[in-house]
Design a protein around this ligand. Sequence first.
Ligand code: URA
Length: 224
Amino acid sequence: MNASPAKLTVRQRHALAGMGIDVWAPVPEPARPVLPVAPAWADLQGEVAGCHRCALAESRRQTVFGVGDPAARWMLIGEAPGAEEDRQGEPFVGRGGQLLNQMLRAAGVTREQVYIANILKCRPPDNRDPQAEEISACADYLARQVALVQPGLILAVGRISAQSLLDTKTPVGRLRGQVHRYGEQEIPLVVTYHPAYLLRSPAQKPKAWDDLCLARSVLEPIAP
Ligand code: URA
């Protein structure tokens, strides 16, 4: 790991414990603030809610737009809603989401301080990989979310996210460990493993911690 344990705060030690990197018990989730919705956000949210650009509209329960601080400095972009996200209408609320929250807190930010979105706004049936035409149908929604948030850093979570955002087929393992740039604004972008992969392969968690340290070095988080 990049960060010396001695430099970690108590909060970060708790969060690392939740990632399975330490032995401490995870800390409880804080209450979420309700934020006002600006008109541009409301328009975009309405468009996404009624979207029929691809066949996923037929199988979804609901669209999963995104969540968090609309003026966040960190923006996390995952792949697509899973079963639990499709049920609740919010990204990363399943087991992977809990690990993601702990990873964030290890990096010194809370879920409420970042903005979380996905490449796809609808769940692919049976959790299959998103198809190229689904990704391109949804791309403009994500681009508009990024334009509204104007993050200082994007964390691409998992292979589909990283490869779509960077328009490459390079494996995640080779995309990690460097600061990429996204879009015309050249927003710094760091790639990390998907929490679902980390749940299956816990030995890789220290690498995810390295990724968070890299992200943190690009943009110091707002949280203590
Ligand atoms: N996996 C993702 O990539 N996004 C979610 O919202 C849930 C699981």
